[in-house]
Design a protein around this ligand. Structure first.
Ligand code: MG
Length: 356
């Protein structure tokens, strides 16, 4: 399914003009249908449209068909043991199964997960462009009622601090600024940039993934060398990754994304670990449309340790093929009363037309 974006999405890693996601449908004998979605963000997860489709059709579906929803742990074990890696494919099927599970209990997914929050507040991404364009985009975001901006940097080395300072100067002190370098700095560039932002009074809430994902020693060096909180994103996919980052104090907080964890089941394990260490989590998303971002919103509404949300995918889309479910209005995500994730395809779209 291809959904055009309102504007190109630009980070240190890529430029995207549309969301081309894989839609998954899981049906039960009792007539329930669960929906899931996977975003092929190959530069981060290694997952492509074709690899997601192949993983689901050739490995995951044969491992799950015929199993009972009541044996949910068994289903999840079969899903995660069906093949190695392929987290995005697993995430799409995982959320469709959670959709079914909550539907079978007749409650919204966030309530089934133990949550009562009716609203989640998200930031909005400011794409990496020339500084005047980023300043204009930031001012536009404030006009659209967003009060938390995620500024993409990481392409210009030491000029990034000046770029962020210009944005802070233009928007004034009110809004929260998060900075995401998407692995674009070396450890020393990170320390130089972050200290410069601190010295210029940029008042940055956190800096996300300053250094390459594999460089945990570099990440730890940065975290230990600056006052600004450091958030690990691309460095943490699994529970074991999260354990390593927390144990070595390589970062102050964790960005959980369903496309990295392989879905809600594994994400809950990271939440449990983070809770026991008092490590704050952000619920993030890749470039995904409203279906999978809604699954992430249900998790964010359910878990107190998820104190930050970066769930702006639907706000960046120029079209929405779905109806029902969480309502995305500016920075607010209002949780639904419908059972499950709450989302259905619009009736004029057949599943076949919408997929692949
Ligand atoms: Mg990030």
């Amino acid at each position: 399914m291809a959904i055009p974006l309102k504007r190109p999405f630009k980070t240190a890693l890529r430029v995207a003009e549309a969301i081309e996601d894989i839609l998954v449908r899981v049906e039960t004998d009792a007539g329930l249908t669960g929906l899931g979605e996977a975003g092929p963000t190959a530069v981060i997860t290694g997952d492509t449209k074709q690899s997601i489709q192949g993983a689901i059709e050739d490995f995951i579906a044969p491992a799950l068909i015929g199993r009972e929803l009541e044996d949910f742990d068994g289903l999840m074990e079969a899903l995660h043991c069906a093949l190695l890696k392929n987290h995005s494919a697993k995430a799409a099927v995982d959320m469709a199964l959670y959709d079914l599970l909550a539907q079978s209990y007749g409650v919204p997914l966030y309530q089934w997960l133990g949550g009562r929050k009716k609203r989640v507040i998200t930031d909005i991404t400011i794409s990496l462009n020339e500084t005047p364009e980023m300043v204009a985009d930031s001012l536009d975001a404030l006009c659209d009622s967003f009060s938390i901006l995620k500024i993409k940097v990481g392409k210009d080395g030491l000029d990034d601090a000046k770029r962020v300072a210009e944005i802070r100067k233009a928007i004034g002190p009110g809004a929260e600024l998060r900075v995401d370098a998407n692995q674009g700095w070396t450890p020393k560039e990170s320390v130089r940039n972050i200290r410069a932002m601190e010295d210029m009074g940029c008042d940055i809430a956190l800096v996300e993934q300053p250094v390459p994902a594999h460089d945990l020693a570099g990440l730890r060096f940065v975290t230990a060398s600056v006052l600004t909180p450091i958030l690990a994103d691309e460095s943490i996919f699994s529970l074991l990754d999260a354990e390593e980052v927390i144990r070595t104090r390589a970062a102050d907080c964790i960005n959980i994304k369903l496309m990295k964890t392989g879905g809600i089941y594994q994400a809950l394990k990271i939440c449990g670990l983070a809770e026991s260490h008092g490590v704050a989590c952000m619920m993030g998303c890749m470039l995904e449309s409203r279906l999978s971002v809604s699954a992430a919103a249900h998790l964010a509404a359910a878990k107190g340790i998820i104190s930050m949300a970066d769930l702006d995918g639907p706000s960046l889309c120029a079209a929405d093929p779905y109806e029902g479910g969480p309502v995305f209005r500016g920075p607010d995500i209002f949780m639904p009363e419908e059972p499950g994730i709450g989302i259905k395809l619009k009736p004029d779209l057949s599943f076949k037309e919408a997929s692949f």
